[in-house]
Every structure is written in C-alpha cells, then in structure tokens.
Design a protein around this ligand. Structure first.
Ligand SMILES: C[S@@+](CC[C@H](N)C(=O)[O-])C[C@H]1O[C@@H](n2cnc3c(N)ncnc32)[C@H](O)[C@@H]1O
Length: 297
C-alpha cells in the first residue's frame, strides 16, 4: 500500500475511533464536535422504527451508514452473514435476529474503539450468534467459500484499494453466495476531482466509485448479475445506492472455484453441516488442523 493510502486509512480510522468514543460517552456518532460529519442522508433514520426499537440505544446512536443493507439482502434462517465495516454493530445485530440461532453474523472492522462498542452492544442485545473480527475489508480474516451473504453500509467507498475489497468479498463467499450492500456512488460523468470537491473521504464522498466503475470492479472480481440502484441523493451527482451481485456457482472455463471450495481448510463443503475430509485418511478435525484453519463457529 502506498504511503498516501496508508495515511488516508489512518485518517479514516481516527475519525471513526472518535465517533465510537463519543457514543460510548453517551452522545451520538453524528452530532458532536465533528468526529464524523454526516447529515440526514446518513444514520439510524434510514431504518424502520421497529428495527431501531429492538436494539440497544448505543447501537442505534452509532449508526453511520447511508442506507439499510438488511432491506436489500433478504437474509434467511441459518445463513452466515458478514458485515464489512460493522461500526457499532447495528447491521450485525439486525442480521443475527434474521438468521436466527442456526445462522451466524460476523462484523469486520479495523477500529478498536468501534469493535469495543459493537461487543458491548451485542452483550446488551443478548446476541449469541454474532462475532466481531478485527481486520481490514481488503484482507478479510475468514476462510474462502464460507459466507452466504456479504452486507456493508457505506464503507466500501472508504477503501483505498477497492479491487482488493471486491476480490476478498468474492473469495469469502460460497459459490452461489451474494452481496447486498449500500454505498455512496457517483454519476458516471464526475471526475475524481469533482467527487473530492463534494466532500472528504470520511464523509463517504471523495472515495466513491461511479456506477460504471462499481459494476466493472465487481465483474472483474468474478461477480455476476450486478445491479446498482440509486435510492437517494447525498450531494450533487452523488447518491446512496443499493448494490447487489452474485458469486456464480461455477466460474466460467475453470474449476477454480470448485477446487478452492474443496481445498478450503482441507475439507469439502467447508464449515457446513455436510463437511467431510478431503483426505480419506484424515478426520475433518485432523484435516483442518493440518491446514491450520478451523471454522469460526
Ligand atoms: C461509515 S462507518 C459505517 C459503520 C456501519 N456500517 C454503520 O452502518 O453504522 C465506517 C466503518 O467502517 C470501518 N472501516 C472503514 N474503512 C475500513 C477498512 N478498510 N477496513 C475495515 N474497516 C473499515 C470504520 O472503522 C467504521 O467503523
């Protein structure tokens, strides 16, 4: 990563750390002495009242997204969901309720203060099928082919390496898995300079891809069925949008996906009830131990 990208990521981390501390101290992430600048296009008002009412006040107060990915992802009982940039945990906690005790919701965030807040919120909510992971969305700390649905709320635009985010998302998803993301997206005619004029990186504007760039990035990573739909304007030529796409069951012209699925952790059907050792001489536990990885639940 270049020095400039490292600096930018550190700026993002510091701003969201300040937002988390503000909520932990009893405020809201959006309206104090500007740890993060947001307006009515961002935050908890984008959720239905019954969704907000079911959550700890601090999870709602920390909401900094630009949409409601739960309204997009159509989660089902038993699914494994990963939230990229989970912040105070609002979407992880809502996902956990949707997938139920047989499912699991993972939150991934790079900011310690946000992870602490999310863990406290999960405890207050009494959620047991959730797990918060420290790491970056450019290097997802989960095995390949293990996640049914990747959600995210206004985070991918903050990444300084979006091709890595798309490739890592593709890797983590099971074949047939899907993404249901909300993010800020720019009109195709806006140059990077024009996007920067409309707001800074942490305000989720400067780093936004155009519709065409978003589609091309997802397709280059291997996704199919890409749909990007603007929902509301957040600045001149900039929109909150819903992004959907699917990881094909098989990858064209190769058995690469199937091979890596089989090789995952030395087992077939990795981390599902049907998992079996890829090496008939080994048990599932032995095969996983030999590859140094285990399922996270
Ligand atoms: C705009 S907030 C959104 C939080 C949450 N999704 C919500 O809707 O409230 C961005 C979050 O993503 C995290 N984040 C930003 N860039 C990240 C990266 N490259 N890797 C991991 N987390 C990141 C920040 O720490 C922050 O918690």
């Amino acid at each position: 990563m270049s020095e400039q990208s490292t600096d930018l990521r550190e700026t993002v981390r510091q701003r969201y750390a300040a937002a988390a501390v503000q909520v932990t101290e009893g405020g809201t992430a959006c309206c104090g002495p500007e740890p993060v600048e947001v307006d009515e296009n961002f935050g908890s008002t984008l959720y239905a009242a019954d969704e907000r009412d079911a959550l700890p006040a601090e999870a709602v107060a920390a909401s900094l997204g630009c949409g409601n990915p739960l309204a997009v992802a159509e989660l089902r009982t038993g699914e494994r969901v990963l939230d990229l940039g989970s912040g105070g945990g609002i979407d992880v906690l809502l996902s956990a309720r949707r997938v139920g005790p047989t499912g699991r919701a993972y939150g991934l965030d790079m900011t310690d203060e946000m992870l602490e807040l999310a863990l406290a919120n999960a405890e207050k909510a009494g959620a047991t099928n959730v797990e918060f992971l420290k790491g970056t969305i450019e290097a997802i700390p989960l095995p390949a082919n293990t996640i049914d649905v990747v959600i995210s709320n206004c985070v991918i635009n903050l990444s300084t390496d979006k091709p890595a985010v798309f490739a890592e998302t593709f890797r983590a998803l099971k074949p047939g898995g899907r993404i249901g993301v909300t993010d800020v997206v720019a009109d195709d005619n806006l140059t990077p300079d024009q996007r920067a004029e409309r707001g800074d990186y942490v305000g989720c504007i400067a780093g936004a891809l155009t519709f065409a760039e978003y589609r091309a990035g997802l397709e280059a990573a291997g996704f199919a069925g890409v749909e990007i739909t603007a929902t509301h304007s957040v600045a001149d030529g900039m929109h909150s949008a819903i992004v959907r796409a699917t990881k094909p069951l098989t990858t064209e012209g190769s058995s690469k996906t199937a091979e890596s699925a089989d090789a995952c952790c030395g087992v077939n059907a990795c981390c599902t009830p049907a998992e079996s050792s890829a090496d008939s001489a080994l048990t599932v536990t032995e095969a996983q131990a030999a590859t140094g990885c285990t399922c996270q639940n």
